[in-house]
Design a protein around this ligand. Structure first.
Ligand code: HEM
Length: 84
């Protein structure tokens, strides 16, 4: 539930930048994309470019019509917040 979600600053997001531990932020929400990587229609390599970082710009420039919010809802881990 929402009460379990974390507040995640960029320095923490950055630790999850591996193929087997990949988080990414889109529109202020942080998702664990690890299990989605293999299913991405645009390929693993492209998706891994945003592992450990805010992928909003790349995501929007490639497919603004894709509803990531709905697709990745089960993978939501928290919200991107400024560095404390
Ligand atoms: C295609 C989802 C992140 C690059 C697609 C498609 C989906 C999708 C559903 C098919 C779209 C269609 O056919 O209309 C996602 C999700 C992402 C994500 C949920 C985030 C977790 C990214 C990122 C990049 C990217 C960060 C670029 C760095 C592409 C490309 C295609 C594609 C190039 C086109 C593949 C093709 O049709 O040949 N993605 N994507 N995606 N995606 Fe992503």
């Amino acid at each position: 539930g929402v009460e379990c979600l974390m507040r995640i600053p960029p320095s923490v997001l950055k630790r999850h930048n591996k193929r087997d531990d990949a988080w990414s932020a889109f529109h202020g929400k942080v998702y664990n994309i690890t299990h989605y990587i293999a299913f991405h229609p645009g390929g693993e390599k492209e998706l891994l470019r945003v592992a450990g970082r805010d992928g909003t710009k790349l995501f929007t420039s490639t497919h603004a019509w894709v509803n990531a919010d709905a697709m990745l809802e089960p993978c939501l881990v928290g919200f991107l917040v400024p560095e404390p």
